[in-house]
Design a protein around this ligand. Structure first.
Ligand code: BTN
Length: 271
């Protein structure tokens, strides 16, 4: 049965250990999308580290224009405003950094099978438990702000998802058999994201790569990448220096910057 409770910003702030993230946390009962709300706040001048949470989203946004199913009272829908001194082309690194922090946080609740599927999925035994969506606004001077949105299925039950999503998705509660305290999870996630973001800013993405690769569920797997009408097949072999997916193909090494990845039948995503 789905576990439901209200989100308390006080409880999150009590256990949050962060330098930048969570300087302000606002929590909404229902909103169109925490990413959209965070972007509105950022345009109004909200500082880096502002966090927008919602109990439910009516227009939860996924990658490539997809919808993020956002039932009330059970999951985490969280967006963080960032103002990094990075070129626009490096903003996708925020997704990888947040994905690594999310996977490590999920692994505190679920001991086995937690992996990252490049670029933005966190899976448990191959089923999606979390997704990351980073969006940005730039002007002639560079990145004005970025919003990194993280959705984690914490306590959703199978019937909280539409039928077409049920087989592909899971929640921490489903995988572990125990209800998740949303505030405790959110505080750990923001603390870990804060650490990983700090590492990115101080030491560059190269320092993040080995940590990310420890959770890489695709490495050593035969995959097919679909980017528009293009289909590329090869052996996934970790991350390039700008966060690209390295693919050993019949015609040599390719660095994939965008696309949907599927593990080829007969090969399992590593957990
Ligand atoms: C994906 O896997 O396609 C990315 C999903 C990102 C979902 C989160 S939920 C919080 C934030 N608000 C949104 O509208 N989307 C992100």
């Amino acid at each position: 049965m789905t576990h439901r409770s209200d989100l308390s910003t006080e409880a999150i702030l009590q256990s949050l250990r962060a330098q930048r993230l969570g300087c302000r946390i606002e929590s909404h009962a229902e909103i169109d999308s925490t990413n959209l709300e965070a972007a509105r706040r950022a345009r109004d001048g909200a500082p880096e580290g502002t966090v927008v949470l919602a109990d439910a989203q009516t227009q939860g946004r996924g990658r490539l224009g997809r919808t993020w199913v956002s039932p009330p009272g059970c999951n985490l829908y969280c967006s963080v405003i960032l103002r990094p001194d990075l070129p626009p082309a490096d903003v996708p690194l925020l997704t990888l950094v947040a994905g690594m922090a999310t996977a490590e946080t999920v692994a505190e609740w679920v001991a086995e099978g937690v992996a990252i599927k490049w670029p933005n999925d966190v899976v448990i035994d191959g089923r999606k438990v979390a997704g990351i969506l980073s969006e940005m606004e730039c002007d002639g001077r560079g990145v004005q702000f970025a919003v990194t949105g993280i959705g984690v299925n914490l306590n959703a039950a199978a019937d909280d998802f539409p039928p077409e999503v049920r087989k592909l998705a899971t929640s921490i509660a489903e995988a572990s058999g125990r209800a998740v305290d949303r505030e405790a999870f959110c505080a750990r996630l923001l603390s870990r994201f804060d650490d990983a973001y700090d590492l990115l800013l101080r030491q560059g993405f190269a320092a993040v790569v080995p940590l990310w690769e420890r959770r890489d569920g695709l490495r050593g797997r035969r995959v097919q990448v679909r980017d528009g009408s293009e289909r590329i097949e090869g052996l996934a072999s970790g991350l390039g220096p700008r966060g690209e997916l390295r693919l050993e193909t019949a015609s040599g090494l390719r660095q994939i910057v965008a696309g949907d990845v599927n593990v080829i039948e007969g090969y399992r995503l590593r957990g």
